[in-house]
Design a protein around this ligand. Structure first.
Ligand code: NAG
Ligand code: NAG
Length: 217
């Protein structure tokens, strides 16, 4: 066999197997969980310090920050936001929801859970489930005095149903790296009791992991 044929044969046999056993480096992910990425403008929210991110809403600019705390109730989360000069943040649209869901998913991975959102069941819908008057669009209202309309109401299947004895007067986003947690779809809203104890009710994988605060700059 001429030398260059042997070389060719070696190339064909050796190089592919060599390539296959080479350890693959995981791709570098651009990770900007709290601060904005370099060069990205943060409007007037930077003055509040790290983690406050700007969003543009019909009623003006809005700054949101995600705080991580396990098993908090909604009233405690609201108090914590107020201590920051803020309030629990609503969701003006799906872009805001997506920001919260993706940021929290990365932060708590491989855990899963729920995030308190600034929303409350309207009083005339407190004693009913889903009806014509109390629908996905009208059962709840935003409480942050900034979000308006119903673009932010991305509910999980058949929600908000006011289950558990018509006790579900608050709202959470479900967060997970999978499609659903305990049958509830990820990235969407669910109505829950404002002081619901996920762990006592055997729903540890949906326990509260975070809350979103928001304020005007
Ligand atoms: C944040 O503010 C900047 C500057 O005003 C603006 O260009 C950008 O669109 C804002 N970001 C969001 C998500 O609204
Ligand atoms: C929440 O609980 C998980 C374990 O379930 C733990 O890994 C994590 O550090 C806790 N987070 C906070 C903010 O305490």
């Amino acid at each position: 066999m001429p030398q260059n044929s042997i070389f060719l044969l070696l190339t064909i046999l050796v190089v592919p197997s060599f390539c296959i056993i080479l350890p693959q480096k995981p791709p570098k992910v651009k990770d900007c969980p709290v601060q904005n990425c370099p060069g990205e403008s943060n409007g007037n929210c930077g003055k509040f310090g790290a983690g406050w991110k700007n969003f543009t809403r019909p009623l003006g600019e809005w700054c949101m920050k995600i705080f991580y705390e396990n098993s908090t109730t909604q009233p405690i989360a609201e108090q914590r936001c107020q201590a920051q000069g803020a309030t629990l943040s609503g969701l003006q649209n799906q872009m805001e929801a997506q920001y919260v869901v993706s940021t929290v998913t990365r932060h708590i991975y491989p855990e899963t859970g729920s995030v308190w959102v600034g929303m409350a069941r309207r009083s005339f819908c407190q004693t009913v489930g889903l009806t014509e008057d109390c629908s996905w669009a009208t059962s709840f209202q935003w409480t942050d005095n900034s979000a308006i309309g119903f673009d932010g109401f991305g509910w999980a299947c058949n929600q908000p149903d006011n289950a558990r004895g018509r006790s579900q007067h608050c709202g959470v986003l479900t967060v997970s790296s999978q499609g659903s947690v305990d049958g509830t779809q990820t990235g969407l809203l669910d109505d829950v009791g404002c002081e619901f104890d996920f762990i006592k009710n055997d729903k540890k994988e949906r326990d509260i992991k975070a809350y979103i605060c928001g304020k005007k700059p």
